[in-house]
Design a protein around this ligand. Structure first.
Ligand SMILES: [Zn+2]
Length: 469
């Protein structure tokens, strides 16, 4: 991936449509964006991430007038106004994102706030001859944009077969022409004034307006689900590039489908799961995160409750190990020269060797992530490190805490529950100082730990800590 010449890397993530809670397949796609971001940040790259909130109802069959607005359907079902529905599910999404440890985006633009910008984009597309108006509807003319189909590797002929054929508006010049602005029918509640009469924007123009408005004409990474490739992102490319006259997005990253119990998720099939279902079955959201990390984002993944239970157990084991390592950093340390007792009084049997070994794991871990986010391999390397008894506990704690900055599994959580904040890191640094025979630094860190109420004692069986009462 090419890096921006200046400023932070610009990342746009297609966000949720807030008419119902996000299902775990949506959440897997948002987790992908989070991993891309964390992997970049762990390489020292500053990222500016924007994630839109689609709070303007678009149509269940957006290609013709008879489609129903999903936001209005939910509003009717739940006895609330469309605005209340949008606000409720926006907050629900943000809570889900936090429960999954997704780093908050730097901005969450709402589509409803961007309608004037969308109208302006549509006007520019009309002025440049990429769009036409029929009876208050504005369509993008796909034949006017030769690159149409580039992302989804579709030709216009193939798209003929791919589009929904039923109910095509006969006023369209080409059946694949898509809606930029739609005239409001008599029953439409949420609508805006426009130069073409009262109406509402098409779904795709939302993302062009918000990505150009928030990040500008050069976007480094754009993420979404594989089901967004066509038509959503294909249409976004056509709109944005037709307006600015050049390529906008450098790299597209799409996550594959999630199946649940072997099938596509559907409310009617009874296999539609969200984080509430996960909690109701006694599982934690972070177990879902761990489970998803076990597969590559480009692979379809089949979710089962059994697999989630396995992920929960594995996650619990890892956290216990971390707590154990934090509590007695030198316990269990084994060098070639003998047991831990001697190691703790002399620093380590061979300190430079264990520090070097931990660094080798770190290098392999980051190489796995840099290889198109190979998270299963990254987890396997974590497992190897966990089992490597030649490494001092403090070394393992420190290395795994570093891995967790990308994995986002709150692995030090159990350790942190007992230790004051930052103490685990200080203990680990002190161990490293001792391993490097930097006694002055070790003493300074002992003082620092004492300052936050943690007493460290170097015993014959290794370094122990206890909280001062
Ligand atoms: Zn989008």
């Amino acid at each position: 991936m090419a890096l921006p010449a200046s400023g932070p890397l610009r990342m746009y993530t297609c966000g949720p449509t807030v008419y119902r809670s996000a299902h775990i397949g949506n959440l897997r796609t948002f987790l992908l964006a989070d991993l891309v971001r964390r992997a970049l940040e762990s390489d020292g790259i500053e990222v500016r991430q924007v994630q839109n909130i689609t709070d303007v109802g678009h149509l269940t069959n957006e290609r013709f007038d008879h489609g129903e607005d999903r936001m209005l359907v939910s509003a009717r079902l739940e006895g609330r106004s469309p605005a209340e529905i949008a606000e409720h599910y926006t907050q629900a999404y943000l809570a889900d994102a936090a429960a999954l440890n997704l780093e908050p985006a730097h901005s969450y633009p709402r589509a409803s706030a961007y309608v004037p910008a969308m109208i302006e984009l549509v006007e520019r597309l009309l002025a440049k001859g990429y769009a036409y108006q029929v009876d208050g509807n504005v369509y993008f003319s796909v034949e006017s944009f030769p690159a149409y189909g580039r992302l989804s590797r579709n030709s216009l002929d193939q798209l003929r077969a791919g589009h929904r054929q039923e109910g095509i508006d006969p006023r369209k010049r080409h059946h694949a022409d898509f809606t930029l602005w739609k005239a409001a029918g008599p029953d439409r509640i949420v609508k805006w004034h426009s130069p073409w009469g009262e109406g509402f924007p098409g779904w795709h123009i939302e993302c062009s307006a918000m990505s150009l408005g928030e990040l500008g004409e050069e976007i480094d990474v754009h993420t979404g689900g594989v089901d967004n490739v066509f038509p959503h992102h294909e249409d976004e490319i056509a709109q944005s590039e037709a307006v600015v006259g050049h390529r906008v997005v450098a790299t597209w990253v799409h996550g594959e489908h999630l199946l649940t119990e072997g099938r596509r998720m559907a409310k009617s099939a009874g296999n539609f799961y969200d984080l509430r279902s996960v909690r109701e079955r006694g599982h934690s959201p972070l177990a879902v995160r761990y489970l998803f990390l076990q597969a590559r984002y480009r692979s379809q993944f089949n979710f089962t409750w059994e697999a989630l239970a396995g992920a929960e157990r594995a996650l619990g084991r890892l956290r216990d190990r971390m707590a154990e390592w934090a509590r007695s950093p030198s316990a269990g340390e084994r060098g070639p020269d003998g047991p831990a007792g001697r190691a703790s009084t002399t620093g380590s049997a061979d300190p430079s060797a264990t520090v070097g070994a931990a660094a080798a794991y770190q290098k392999r871990f980051h190489a796995a992530l840099d290889d198109d986010l190979d998270t299963p391999r990254a987890l396997a390397i974590l497992g190897e490190l966990e089992a490597d008894e030649t490494l001092a506990p403090a070394e393992r704690f420190r290395a795994v805490a570093g891995f967790d900055r990308v994995l986002g599994l709150d692995l030090a959580g159990a350790a942190a529950e007992e230790l004051p904040e930052g103490a685990g890191e200080l203990i680990a640094r002190r161990e490293q100082a001792r391993a490097g025979r930097d006694w002055a630094a070790a003493d300074r860190l002992r003082e620092e730990l004492a300052g936050i109420g943690v007493e460290v004692v170097d015993t014959r069986s290794g370094t122990q800590w206890r909280l001062r009462r």
